[in-house]
Design a protein around this ligand. Structure first.
Ligand code: AMP
Length: 178
């Protein structure tokens, strides 16, 4: 397990000052490009949730689609997409959240989750937790329940776990500083 996680960590590339000065972007494309490590990443997440009765994995646009869809397939769960405004064709619910400058909105189809469904929120990375918190608000709005929020990467110095309370948070790889 430790060796597998070290290999996954080694395939994540730091891109300083992207998409803007001062941000160190965690680029997972080398990880996704390595079939063995991509599979290992999904297997480690899926093993954690196999016996947790997950009905639906919710993936957040856009890298959350990659991680979440693979995870849903592995678990035999449904997959629910949460997108930026104006992308979903049917009636939607929306949730807004604060960014460093301004705010952003996420949308979900209003029939995407069954009432009471056990939902796993998935994304590639959690930073402040604002995005996942908005996704969890959408889950609640549809009458479903968040079992946990799962990420490949957690920027733990940004304290998303505080923001996402009372929801449980799990991540494979943590960074304690930039
Ligand atoms: P937050 O809402 O602050 O938790 O930001 C999480 C979302 O922004 C996720 O969808 C990430 O893919 C993306 N994100 C935020 N910070 C980074 C970063 N340093 N590197 C890569 N993606 C990031």
């Amino acid at each position: 397990m430790e060796r597998e996680l070290a290999e996954i960590r080694g395939a994540i590339r730091d891109i300083p000052n992207f998409p803007k000065p001062g941000i160190v972007f965690k680029d997972i494309t080398p990880l996704l490009g390595n079939g063995r490590l991509f599979q290992q990443t999904i297997d480690l997440l899926a093993d954690r949730y196999r016996s947790r009765g997950i009905d639906t994995v919710l993936g957040i646009e856009s890298r959350g689609f990659i991680i979440g869809a693979a995870l849903a397939y592995s678990l035999g769960a449904g997959f629910c997409i949460v997108r930026k405004p104006g992308k979903l064709p049917y009636e939607t619910h929306s949730a807004s959240y604060e960014l460093e400058y301004g705010s952003d909105t996420l949308e979900v189809h209003r029939d995407a989750l069954s009432p009471g469904a056990r939902v796993l929120i998935a994304d590639d990375l959690v930073a402040t937790g604002g995005t996942a918190a908005a996704a969890s608000a959408l889950v609640s709005a549809l009458g479903a329940q968040v079992v946990e929020c799962a990420f490949v990467i957690e920027l733990s110095f940004l304290k998303a776990r505080e923001k996402l309370k009372p929801h449980a948070v799990f991540s494979l790889i943590q960074y304690d500083s930039e």
